[in-house]
Design a protein around this ligand. Sequence first.
Ligand SMILES: [Zn+2]
Ligand SMILES: [Zn+2]
Length: 215
Amino acid sequence: MIDLHMHTLFSDGELIPAELMRRAENIGYEYMAITDHVDISNYDFIVPRLITAADELNGVSGIQMLPGAEITHAPPQLIKGLADKIRALGAKLIVVHGETISEPVMPGTNMAAVLSDIDILAHPGLVDDETCKIAADRGIHFEITARKGHSLTNGHVAKMAQKYGIKMVINSDTHGCNDMLTKDTAKRVLLGASIPKDQIDGIFLNSQAIVKKLL
Ligand SMILES: [Zn+2]
Ligand SMILES: [Zn+2]
């Protein structure tokens, strides 16, 4: 299993990186990204610590972790600059917390995200055509999520991704250890978003390609 969206207690998750990695390894994960919530106030605190965790733990674990960040509720005008700063610090994977219908995310967040140097637009809610065209052009992935609330629009996100040729990934958005996914559950979430059976393996391969590129 590859899961590219997980939280530790550096933001609002329950565990420190070492325990989250160990528990993920224990249920069969091979690769994971820690993408704690950041804005302009805390990215420079969190990102270097996740890089240290990856540097020290990857070599002595049965799981490999990509240090990342999830830009969360940053005003759209600040997203591009923040992504550049996070990248400059050495984060491997950047997620943006998209316009989920379960939170009052500022309108314009999805568009600002796809115009920035990021990897995954998470739970983009009722994402529009214009944003999709740019995401497709710029090779930005859309996330199908197992997270309650955010998953309410998985069907729309999958339909738009298929219409515009945007690559999808499936992530847990883990906050506690019970949120982690087995491959079987991940498959069922994808089928539940009306993704045809013969495209499911391709979605797992998208996550694999990201890991290969970034590790
Ligand atoms: Zn959170
Ligand atoms: Zn998240």
